[in-house]
Design a protein around this ligand. Structure first.
Ligand SMILES: C[S@@+](CC[C@H](N)C(=O)[O-])C[C@H]1O[C@@H](n2cnc3c(N)ncnc32)[C@H](O)[C@@H]1O
Length: 365
């Protein structure tokens, strides 16, 4: 039997936000307690750790440890690796709090390493997508990006992202599963902050394998839903719907949102879609949705918003660099930039709902 997807349970947004503030405050204090050159070196060495996490995922180490600890010689045999080199990498990861070295040369999973298990509700595919494949190569081209204003994805792969994914089924699978990982992680933020009581049918535009829609429909039994995405993406969505037991309330429609979008829904979700697009493309898409939106219909844009937070930690600013490097003109936007975009798209901004995640829900009519 297929393993069920575990829906994460989190404390209320207010508590999470307060904890997050405290956490970043403590990080700033910790930085102040160390000399600047130590701080900067620790940040730079972050890439040793990222790369080792990526390899541990590729080697499925967490899965091998799922039923109990294993010695490094067993792990080396299972993963077909050089024992001493694997040991040194695992020892380093354990020193970063990922895996536990229970006794000499014997490793076990802990909370962090369990996020690397090969499942829909972990971070396995997101890690792989971030550090094992083209994303890693793209960051090698950061200078090219900053000097030219061009993106690195095209330079590395010779194509635009979604065309490349269509042509490379293995990468397409990894990318879509990475999006599923991210939506399982972030879905709670929409679920706990938005009231779907008056809606009847929700459509997730660019909804990938449909996990966000599934989370919403699982909670709101009165809703029907549609997932809309490119054909080579939505063809996998039914598997997720079955895992959630909502296949009787869902429909899968494939297509290109620059050509047309389905009508007959009263809520249009756009999660992590607008930030991939140039202003011109975003306006085109929003206008298209507006043209089929019923009178009381809503468009919910789910994106991080760039705040002027005086050099404090900002997920939005970090992710904006990912957009800079990896997309042809995509970006994270400030609220003013969004307002300008909405005005040109002839949609009305109703409200911005902050969530516990670093994403806001932007409600449009
Ligand atoms: C960054 S992913 C976000 C996926 C999903 N909304 C989520 O947040 O997990 C962007 C999605 O847009 C889809 N997409 C890109 N261009 C599209 C197009 N022209 N028509 C329909 N879907 C498209 C991709 O296939 C992908 O699933």
């Amino acid at each position: 039997m297929e393993e069920k997807i575990k829906i994460p349970q989190y404390p209320p947004a207010k508590i999470l936000k307060a904890v997050e503030k405290l956490r970043y405050f403590l990080i700033r204090i910790s930085r102040k307690l160390a000399p600047a050159n130590v701080n900067i070196m620790e940040m730079v060495q972050g890439f040793y750790v990222s790369r080792a996490i990526g390899l541990a995922v590729k080697l499925n180490i967490s899965d091998y440890l799922h039923n109990g600890s294993k010695s490094i010689s067993e792990l080396a045999l299972l993963t077909n690796c050089h024992e001493e080199s694997l040991y040194r990498m695992m020892r380093m990861l354990a020193s970063q709090g990922i895996y536990i070295e229970k006794k000499s040369r014997v490793f076990a999973n802990n909370n962090l390493s369990r996020t690397m298990l090969d499942k829909d509700d972990t971070m396995h595919y997101m890690i792989s997508h971030q550090v094992n494949g083209f994303n890693w190569s793209m960051y090698g081209e950061l200078e090219y990006v900053i000097r030219t204003g061009e993106n690195a994805f095209k330079k590395v792969s010779g194509m635009e992202l979604f065309k490349f994914l269509e042509a490379n089924p293995e990468k397409n699978d990894e990318y879509n599963k990475a999006m599923t990982n991210s939506s399982v992680m972030l879905g709670y933020a929409i679920l706990s902050e938005y009231n779907f009581k008056n809606a009847k049918r929700v459509i997730d535009i660019g909804g990938g394998h449909g996990v966000l829609l599934s989370l919403i429909l699982k909670k709101h039994k009165h809703l029907n839903g549609i997932v809309f995405d490119l054909p080579h993406v939505v063809n996998q969505a039914n598997q997720i719907f079955i895992k959630f037991g909502i296949e009787n309330r869902t429909e899968i429609i494939s297509g290109n949102f620059f050509e047309s979008v389905p009508s007959n829904a009263d809520i249009y979700l756009l999660k992590s879609i607008i930030h991939n697009l140039t202003d011109i493309q975003a306006i085109e898409l929003l206008k298209k949705i507006k043209s089929v939106l019923p009178v009381n219909g809503k468009i919910l844009v789910f994106e991080p918003i760039i705040e002027s937070n005086n050099g404090r930690y900002s997920f939005a600013k970090l992710f904006d660099v990912q957009m800079l490097v990896g997309t042809a003109g995509g970006k994270e936007r400030t609220l003013d930039e969004y307002k300008d975009l909405f005005k040109k798209s002839e949609v009305k901004l109703k409200r911005v709902i902050p969530t516990a995640a670093p994403f806001s829900i932007i409600e449009l009519t």
